[in-house]
Design a protein around this ligand. Structure first.
Ligand SMILES: Nc1nc2c(ncn2[C@@H]2O[C@H](COP(=O)(O)OP(=O)(O)OP(=O)(O)O)[C@@H](O)[C@H]2O)c(=O)[nH]1
Ligand SMILES: C[S@@+](CC[C@H](N)C(=O)[O-])C[C@H]1O[C@@H](n2cnc3c(N)ncnc32)[C@H](O)[C@@H]1O
Ligand code: SF4
Ligand code: SF4
Length: 339
């Protein structure tokens, strides 16, 4: 069993995209009220008073779309400068990254993972859903411009020096699986990490039921047939199995939570924007409401003891129902949990 030392912090449940695999239609109507978000002060109090004393040293900021969170650069600065932080990373859709990449880097962020499910603007538009009403008048929301904006964000992150730079692709049969080789080819002459993620039945059950999912080995075989594929010695903090096209500059990762089980090497918990601590992505047991605990004046030592007990219970809670691949309908979407 790995030590549990990695916390994924969702900063906001809102998003400027509505990816078909992540947010079912209408999910935006259930956004939590802003006053229910943990404030920066509350996040820092929990890190300093609860998580760091319990041994957490790796933090990932996610969302919804974390770049929509007001004050994100300041928060990155504060978390990256905590002496105990050994790794601070961000997962984003990159739509607002072109302007923010440099300030985030200067604030101490070094690792960034970006969702990019297609290299074809038309397919990309189908995946990320209709533009939010408030964006309709802006230039960047016009047809096919959103892909360009994301691509520029990725280029800027590369120029600024983010390393590693990881691109996440959720493969949906009949939607973007025809692009597997094109996406893999990005690694041939760039030091990027392209990761293929098996579509999970959390977020949009209906789409999962109609489309199904493609297992990582089928994707690897396509790539092997074209270029060959070798196992890479590089490992991240996460669940990806890392491979490489012989001679390529970058790597290929496979996150295979449907076809394989990596729960025995799980090192993480998740904190939602409204303060729920979740011990497992795919199992809703045991969640603690840390926002209410803080706001009701519970002593930080008591909160720490309760979180410590949950960390100890985590191996019992971890996702174990591999046969069905799901524990049933989830009450929260991926955009609310943060992936
Ligand atoms: N089932 C499961 N899936 C996970 C877990 N962690 C990450 N994933 C999946 O991998 C996707 C990409 O995660 P990222 O936010 O890029 O982070 P990561 O891959 O853990 O990060 P690295 O440390 O950079 O390897 C998530 O959205 C999930 O789909 C996990 O603990 N369990
Ligand atoms: C929920 S998003 C939050 C961060 C940011 N908005 C982004 O898209 O990178 C984090 C990750 O969850 C992944 N994800 C969302 N729904 C998923 C699903 N049903 N199955 C697998 N991965 C999913 C996305 O691809 C993304 O990499
Ligand atoms: S995957 Fe990320 S960008 Fe897409 S809807 Fe979910 S939170 Fe938003
Ligand atoms: S399914 Fe749960 S226990 Fe398994 S790796 Fe993901 S978060 Fe960890």
């Amino acid at each position: 069993m790995n030590p549990i030392d990695y916390l994924r912090i969702s900063l906001i449940d809102r998003c400027n995209f509505q990816c078909v695999y992540c947010m079912p239609e209408g999910a935006d109507l259930n956004y939590v009220l802003r006053e229910l978000w943990l404030s920066h002060g509350e996040i820092l109090s929990l890190l300093k008073g609860v998580f760091i004393p319990l041994g957490f040293t790796k933090f990932r900021l996610t969302g919804g779309e974390p770049l929509l969170r007001p004050g994100i650069v300041q928060l990155v600065d504060e978390i990256s400068h905590l002496p105990e932080t050994t790794d601070l990373a961000l997962t984003t859709n990159a739509f607002k990254l072109e302007k923010l990449a440099k300030p985030l880097y200067d604030a101490g962020l070094r690792r960034i993972n970006i969702s990019l499910d297609s290299l074809q603007p038309e397919t990309f538009e189908k995946i990320v859903g209709p533009p939010a009403t408030r964006d309709l008048t802006s230039e960047t929301a016009s047809k096919y411009m959103r892909w360009q904006q994301v691509w520029q964000g990725i280029q800027m992150a590369h120029q600024v020096g983010f390393d590693p730079l990881k691109l996440n692709v959720v493969v949906i049969p009949g939607v973007n699986d025809h692009e597997i080789l094109d996406l893999a080819a990005l690694t041939l002459d760039r030091n990027w990490h392209v990761r293929f993620i098996e579509f999970m039945p959390i977020g949009n059950d209906a789409l999962f039921t109609t489309r199904g999912w493609i297992d990582s080995e089928t994707i690897r075989q396509q790539i092997r047939n074209r270029w060959g594929l070798e196992e890479s010695s590089i490992r991240g903090n996460g669940p990806a199995d890392v491979f490489k096209i012989p001679g390529a500059k970058g790597t290929l990762g496979f996150i295979s939570q449907m076809s394989e089980c990596f729960c025995d090497r799980c090192n993480r918990m998740r904190l939602s924007a409204d303060g729920w601590l979740r011990p497992c992505l795919l199992n809703e047991t045991g969640q603690l409401n840390l926002r209410d605990a803080l706001r009701s004046g519970e002593a930080i030592e008591t909160i720490r003891d309760r979180v410590g007990a949950l960390v100890a219970d985590k191996p019992e809670i971890n996702f174990k129902m591999r046969e069905s691949g799901t524990t049933g309908a989830y009450s929260r979407t991926m955009s609310q949990i943060g992936g």
